[in-house]
Design a protein around this ligand. Structure first.
Ligand code: ZN
Length: 317
């Protein structure tokens, strides 16, 4: 079956352009959407990895029949429109990955959407909630361990208990407080996203990221980074995908994989309902997304949509 990987990066996880084509050949992936990441002022340096458009277009020039070039300039960029126009003349097909510490309500985002709309580009974006992030003071083993425990080990469970423990006992309390920095989140305000979906019906929005996918369920735990386990009711993404013709999602990343596999029955129902809005993608994770999608036993017509046709239709003029 033909496939488009709708979420890929070059020079991420050590995958250069050559290795990317090799990966695509090995997995029968005909094309991929190659995405940038650009933030002018990342709030915490250690969680930002620049993925510049030059690299995307270099790879595109080498493999024009395999790569669909995307670029999401930082919304604070001067001459945004000029930049988009120039890249579009060079073959730009979409805007993404937009992963920036803005909210949908921001004026800068409204202006940004006007430009994207004018140049008729789909917009792929990443949603993540604000949090406090531990920044180690040195390379010591102890600091490395604290960094792990505070920022993601055991899906957020160690962060929770270490915070409670340090507050109760005062052990490490000041140390932890002094080394945590505020991370303001990426585009996480769903209610304003919904307003933008209405305001810009001509833009195809493609959601992704932990905050997006955690909202596959209504119930949420405050402790966990990726929500887990079975659930009763679908959350807001189900409603947005149902109501807005211009709203889509990509399943890439640990967050998408987790959301579809945490409750297999609900995962199947979600794909059955939204098969014409869901895009296959991996985000350089190497996880078996194809196996996961196939495990739901969907009819071939629906699989074709998810693996290829939805992504293909979004970048056709
Ligand atoms: Zn990505």
């Amino acid at each position: 079956m033909q496939k488009i990987d709708a979420h890929f990066h070059v020079d991420l996880q050590g995958i250069d352009a050559g290795q990317m084509i090799e990966y695509m050949d090995n997995h029968d992936i005909e094309k991929c959407w190659l995405l940038t990441w650009e933030e002018k002022k990342p709030p915490i340096d250690s969680i930002y990895q620049p993925l510049p458009p030059e690299k995307v277009f270099e790879a595109y020039e080498q493999h024009p029949d395999r790569i669909i070039p995307f670029y999401a300039p930082d919304p604070k960029t001067d001459n945004l429109e000029k930049k988009i126009r120039q890249y579009k003349e060079n073959g730009l097909k979409g805007c993404g990955e937009l992963k920036v510490t803005h909210k949908w309500e921001d004026k800068a985002i409204e202006n940004y959407l006007r430009v994207i709309d004018k140049y008729d580009l789909p917009l792929l974006f990443h949603m993540e909630e604000p949090r406090r992030h531990y920044v180690p003071e040195s390379e010591s083993k102890f600091e490395k361990l604290l960094e792990k425990l505070m920022n993601g080990a055991l899906n957020g469970v160690t962060r929770h208990y270490l915070t409670v423990f340090s507050r109760k006992t005062s052990i490490l309390k000041d140390h932890i407080e002094n080394h945590q920095e505020y991370f303001p989140g990426y585009l996480y305000d769903f209610s304003n996203l919904e307003k933008r979906l209405k305001q810009f019906p001509g833009i195809d929005f493609i959601g992704h990221g932990p905050h997006f996918w955690n909202n596959i369920s209504r119930e949420q735990s405050d402790i966990l980074i990726h929500q887990k386990g079975r659930f009763d009711e679908f959350g807001i993404i189900d409603r947005l995908l149902t109501h807005y013709e211009n709203f889509y999602c990509d399943i890439s990343g640990k967050s998408g994989f987790n959301a579809l596999s945490r409750d297999h029955d609900k995962g199947r129902l979600f794909l059955e309902k939204h098969y014409n809005k869901i895009l296959f993608g991996t985000d350089n994770t190497g996880m078996d997304f194809e196996g996961l999608i196939r495990s739901f036993g969907l009819p071939k017509e629906k699989l074709k949509k998810i693996f290829f046709e939805n992504a293909d239709a979004l970048i056709r003029e």
